[in-house]
Ligand binder design. Structure first.
Ligand SMILES: CC(C)(COP(=O)(O)OP(=O)(O)OC[C@H]1O[C@@H](n2cnc3c(N)ncnc32)[C@H](O)[C@@H]1OP(=O)(O)O)[C@@H](O)C(=O)NCCC(=O)NCCS
Length: 141
């Protein structure tokens, strides 16, 4: 699913965060692990506050072991991100993804977990490959 550049980018966020865990406003991670082997990562999500906003956050990455897709782990991760941010007083989570056909399951996932498609930038990633913005509102009332 991900290109090598995307994998490198995702890993660099981990490296950057754990190299300096005390930094202000770091990237944050939620990890799904095997009940019997906590070192066995089944999926994870990376998120953080959006600079220069008040209450808006970004979901940078969410990924589940392909062998476990459709098993509910993605929803658990997403709901936990939403719970943590809501508890922090944040009001919305923004997600950017691709309009490519191979991202159709991902877009379906975002809709199922309560996101709405908010905007598109046509031909953003390349011609014919739009950037699609989803938003999940976090306010309870
Ligand atoms: C997107 C992803 C994280 C979803 O995780 P998952 O564990 O497969 O999702 P879940 O099983 O928790 O599904 C949650 C909901 O989304 C729906 N959904 C999941 N995959 C779907 C698909 N392929 N088509 C339609 N709906 C889908 C499920 O039906 C479920 O809805 P329900 O609970 O109302 O029945 C996972 O498929 C993945 O890692 N994809 C590749 C990486 C990626 O695209 N990441 C996002 C870009 S950064």
């Amino acid at each position: 699913m991900f290109s090598q550049d995307e994998v490198d980018c995702a890993l660099s966020l981990l490296d950057e965060t754990f190299a300096d865990p005390e930094q202000p406003d770091p990237y944050r991670f939620v990890v799904a692990a095997d009940v019997e082997d906590a070192a066995l990562v089944l999926g994870y999500a990376c998120f953080g506050t959006t600079p220069l906003t008040h209450g808006t956050c970004d979901l940078y990455w969410i990924a589940v072991d392909p062998a476990l897709h459709g098993g509910g782990i993605g929803r658990v991760l997403f709901d936990e991100v939403a719970r943590v941010l809501r508890a922090d007083g944040q009001h919305q989570l923004v997600i950017e993804t691709s309009s490519r056909a191979d991202y159709e399951p991902t877009r379906a996932f975002y809709l199922r977990v309560g996101c709405v498609e908010e905007a598109r930038v046509r031909d953003f990633y390349s011609r014919g490959d739009d950037k699609v913005f989803y938003v999940r509102r976090l306010a309870t009332s």
